[in-house]
Design a protein around this ligand. Structure first.
Ligand code: TYD
Ligand code: MG
Length: 466
C-alpha cells in the first residue's frame, strides 16, 4: 500500500523538494513551492500492475509519409505551426493573461468549423454566454463549432473518448482543468500535468489536434506553461505589450516545423488581424533624421523583418548609471557599451542609457548588435544615422564585426521597403560568398566598430541640428 506522502513542487519550474523552503533550488524563484500529494497511480484490480507486452522495433530506413495537415485559414498561424495543425498532436499556446490567446483560438476554431471540420471548444474560464458574445463581436457567431463551458476533466474525457470526427479540440485553459483523483487545487503542477497528460493521451488515441491554452504567471500561484513544454509537440507563445496593438506568435518548440518562426497580428475591434508585411508596420511610425535611431534588418524564422532600434541617453545624476532595455537583452547591451568604450573610444559612463525596440518585438539575434551600436553611437554623437540605411552584423569583444546568416534575404527585404543603403559585416577574404549585388542598394562593409563610429565622429562631436 503506497503511503500518503506529500512533496513540495515549484510552480515555476516543476522541481520537487521534500520540505518547504522559501526559494526554489531549481530556478531560484521565491515563494513558488506548493505542497502536493504524490499522485497514487491506480494499480490493476488485483493491486498488481499487469506485465508489459513488449515493443516492436523497425529499421531506421523506411518510408513514413509526412503528417497530413489541417489548415486554419489564418496564414500567420498556419506558418508558425509549420503548415497547419497535425492530427493526433498537442500544441501549447502560452502567453500573459489578456494577450489574445482565446481570441485567436476562437477565430481559428470558427474558421475550421466553417470549412466543414468538427471543432470542439471547451472553456474553463468563461461561460458559454461570454464566448458567444465574443464570437458575435468577431462576426463568427454562425460558425458551426461545438462549445462547452466545463472544467471537470473526467466529464470532458468521457465526451472526447466518444468523439470519432473531431479535428480540433481547444482547452481554454489547462490551468482551470481539474481531476478529482488528485487532492491538489486546479492550476497546481500536479493538476496541470496530470490533466494535460490525460488530454494528450486522448488526442493521440482519437486522432484530433489538441490545443492547450496556458497562462504565463509570475506570481507562481498557477503552474506556468513551462511545466508542460516537454509533453507537447509544439509550443507557441503569444508576445507583445498589452499597450501595443501588435501581437507576435512565436514557436519555441515544434516537432513538425521550424522554431523561431513568427506570426504577426494586430489586435483590432474585430479581433486579431494578420499582418502580412510586418516590416512596414514596425517602421510605420519611424521619424527619419533623428539621432539615436537605426534600422535593423533582422530575421525571424524564415522571414526577414525590419525594426527600428532606438537609443536615448540622458545625463546620469550620480551613482551607477541606468541601463534600461525593452525588447532586447540587458546583458548584451552592457557588453556592447563596454566594447564601444574599450574599442571605439566612446564614453557612456556619465549617461543613463535607454534602449527600445520599437513596435513591441523582442529580438534575440546577435545580428542586431551592429544596429544597436549604430543607434548608441548616433545618440552619443547626436548625429542621425543614414535614414535610408539598414544595419546588421554581430559585434565581437575585440570590436570586430562578424558575419551573420542570410545576408541576402535581409538585403532584399530592405530593398523591398525602399531602403537604399546597408551597413553590414566585411566579407572575409575567402569562405563567405558575397551577397549578390542588389539593385539600388549601396553596401557599406565594416570590419570593426571603429569603421562604424568614424563617420559619426568625423568633424566635431558638438550638437548639430539640421
Ligand atoms: P483574450 O483573447 O481574452 O486574452 P487571453 O485569452 O490571452 O487571456 O483577449 C482579451 C483582450 O483582447 C481584451 O483586453 C480585449 C481585447 N480584444 C480586442 O481588442 N478585440 C477583440 O475583438 C477581442 C475579442 C478582444
Ligand atoms: Mg482567455
Amino acid at each position: 500500500m503506497a503511503k500518503d506522502r506529500t512533496r513540495f513542487t515549484c510552480q515555476s519550474c516543476g522541481a520537487t523538494h521534500p520540505k518547504w523552503q522559501g526559494r526554489c533550488d531549481g530556478c531560484g524563484e521565491w515563494n513558488t513551492l506548493v505542497e502536493e500529494s504524490t499522485a497514487p497511480r491506480a494499480p490493476g484490480p488485483a493491486g498488481k500492475a499487469p506485465p508489459g507486452r513488449g515493443i516492436s522495433f523497425v529499421g531506421l530506413a523506411g518510408e513514413s509519409a509526412p503528417p497530413p495537415r489541417h489548415l486554419t485559414g489564418i496564414a500567420e498561424l498556419d506558418r508558425v505551426l509549420g503548415g497547419g495543425f497535425v492530427p493526433a498532436s498537442a500544441v501549447l499556446v502560452g502567453g500573459d493573461p489578456g494577450i489574445g490567446k482565446s481570441t485567436i483560438l476562437l477565430q481559428a476554431a470558427a474558421r475550421m468549423a466553417m470549412a466543414g471540420k468538427r471543432v470542439l471548444y471547451i472553456s474553463g474560464e468563461e461561460a458559454v454566454a461570454q464566448v458567444r458574445m465574443r464570437a458575435r463581436r468577431l462576426g463568427l457567431a454562425e460558425a458551426p463549432m461545438a462549445l462547452a463551458a466545463a472544467s471537470a476533466l473526467r466529464d470532458i474525457l468521457a465526451s472526447l473518448e466518444a468523439e470519432t470526427e473531431a479535428t480540433l479540440v481547444v482547452i481554454d485553459s489547462i490551468q482551470t482543468m481539474w481531476l478529482d483523483a488528485l487532492d491538489s487545487a486546479p492550476g497546481t503542477v500536479a493538476q496541470v500535468r496530470t490533466c494535460a497528460a490525460e488530454l494528450i493521451r486522448c488526442a493521440k488515441a482519437r486522432g484530433f489536434a489538441l490545443v492547450l491554452v496556458g497562462h504565463v504567471t509570475k506570481e507562481g500561484t498557477l503552474a506556468g506553461p513551462r511545466v508542460l513544454e516537454h509533453m507537447v509537440d509544439a509550443t507557441l507563445y503569444f508576445e507583445g505589450d498589452r499597450g501595443h496593438q501588435f501581437r507576435i506568435l512565436r514557436a519555441t518548440k515544434n516537432r513538425f516545423g521550424a522554431t523561431d518562426e513568427i506570426g504577426v497580428f494586430e489586435m483590432t475591434e474585430g479581433g486579431l488581424v494578420e499582418v502580412t508585411n510586418p516590416s512596414a508596420l514596425f517602421l510605420a511610425e519611424r521619424r527619419g533624421n533623428i539621432s539615436g535611431s537605426a534600422v535593423f534588418a533582422g530575421l525571424e524564422g524564415t522571414r526577414p523583418v525590419l525594426v527600428e532600434v532606438q537609443a536615448l541617453l540622458s545625463p546620469s545624476n550620480g551613482g551607477s548609471p541606468r541601463r534600461q532595455v525593452v525588447g532586447w537583452e540587458g546583458g548584451r547591451l552592457s557588453m556592447l557599451l563596454a566594447v564601444l568604450e574599450a574599442r571605439a573610444g566612446l564614453s557612456f559612463g556619465q549617461s543613463d542609457v535607454y534602449l527600445n525596440i520599437a513596435g513591441g518585438l523582442r529580438i534575440n539575434e546577435p545580428a542586431a548588435d551592429l544596429a544597436v551600436a549604430a543607434a548608441l553611437t548616433s545618440a552619443i554623437t547626436d548625429r542621425p544615422t543614414d535614414p535610408d540605411a539598414v544595419y546588421f552584423g554581430e559585434v565581437g569583444l575585440s570590436g570586430e564585426i562578424r558575419q551573420v546568416s542570410q545576408a541576402e534575404q535581409r538585403l532584399r527585404e530592405a530593398q523591398k521597403l525602399g531602403f537604399s543603403a546597408a551597413v553590414l559585416p566585411r566579407r572575409v577574404a575567402r569562405g563567405n560568398k558575397p551577397p549578390a549585388a542588389i539593385e539600388g542598394l549601396r553596401l557599406t562593409e565594416v570590419g570593426h566598430l571603429a569603421d562604424l563610429v568614424a563617420p559619426f565622429a568625423a568633424g566635431t562631436l558638438k550638437r548639430t541640428r539640421e
